[in-house]
Design a protein around this ligand. Structure first.
Ligand code: ZN
Length: 296
């Protein structure tokens, strides 16, 4: 049996890449009986003919998976934010960061539309991004009309990663994906039919290769609810809280009303930003109530 990775799912076929060759595979009937669906991103064992067709026999355990788009083993998320149009929302950025941290995906923050912003908008954004840089997140500012050149600086970030782009609508995800994929087209002469048609008409998911890495051609996290996060876990997904929560008096501390809480002390001393803590409290409340407030 050969080993490979599913890079595309379309019309009942899974396209498995193995040693630079792509095989059109069917899932084994037993997957359907067990209610297992192979996902783009899966590492699989498969049998194949010389004609390049095959059957997937086994799916290796997944590191993580997303539902929309259906994709597994993601290692990196590019969270796209605009300086303006739409106005930057640190609440939304934190929402994406929590979702990404919860799935052990490494975030990278891209800020678009710096060319369209006023000085005031840009300086607000700079202040926020200083905070996020201090938390350890890599950040890049990009002008969409110069994206082709400016994205070169993040080329190295794609290497050996499976990357998904995410962000609020209107921030420029599609433009960035198009730039990323057209770089690919220049490299390989391949036309990606799924791109440029808008997300609602894109019926399949595909991982496109760029700079020795793979990038999903569909943005991730259309739902922004915290459906699978428990309240005790939430502070693990705020990196600055995770770093100090061991110092809370109570092990089960959720950093709200408990005495001798290291997180609350850090908020008071300014070591943790008040707005980050406010977002934490808002998300915690949502988890406690499990009433989704956002969907897209
Ligand atoms: Zn605490």
């Amino acid at each position: 049996m050969a080993e490979g990775r599913i890079i595309k799912a379309l019309s009942g076929f899974y396209y498995v890449k193995s040693a630079n060759k792509v095989y059109a595979c069917k899932g084994r009937g037993v997957f359907r009986n067990q209610n297992i669906t192979p996902l783009v991103g899966d590492f699989v064992l498969f049998d194949h003919t010389d004609e390049g067709e095959g059957y997937i026999q086994e799916i290796k355990p997944r590191k993580n998976e997303l539902i929309r788009p259906s994709i597994s083993n993601i290692t990196q998320a590019i969270i796209v934010n605009a300086v303006c149009q739409p106005t930057f929302s640190p609440l939304l950025l934190d929402r994406f960061l929590v979702k990404v941290e919860a799935k052990q995906i490494e975030p990278l923050i891209i800020v678009t539309k710096k060319d369209l912003a006023t000085d005031a908008e840009l300086s607000v954004m700079n202040e926020y991004m200083k905070d996020y840089a201090a938390l350890g997140y890599p950040i890049y500012f990009v002008a969409l009309d110069k994206a082709r050149d400016e994205l070169n600086v993040i080329n190295d970030h794609f290497k050996n990663e499976v990357t998904v782009l995410m962000g609020q609508s209107g921030v420029g995800k599609s433009t960035l994906l198009n730039v990323i994929s057209s770089n690919l087209r220049i490299e390989t002469g391949e036309i990606s039919k799924s791109l440029g048609r808008g997300k609602h008409t894109t019926r399949h998911v595909e991982l496109i290769q760029i700079n020795e890495g793979l990038v999903a051609d569909t943005p991730g996290f259309s739902s922004l609810e915290f459906a699978t996060i428990e309240q005790e876990q939430l502070s693990d997904y705020f990196v600055e809280m995770k770093a100090i929560k061991h110092a809370c008096k109570f092990r089960s501390c959720i950093h709200v009303k408990e005495p001798k809480c290291a997180v609350k002390n850090a908020v008071e001393s300014g070591e943790i930003k008040q707005y980050r803590y406010d977002h934490y409290i808002q998300f915690l409340q949502e988890i406690i109530e499990r009433k989704p407030r956002y969907s897209s």
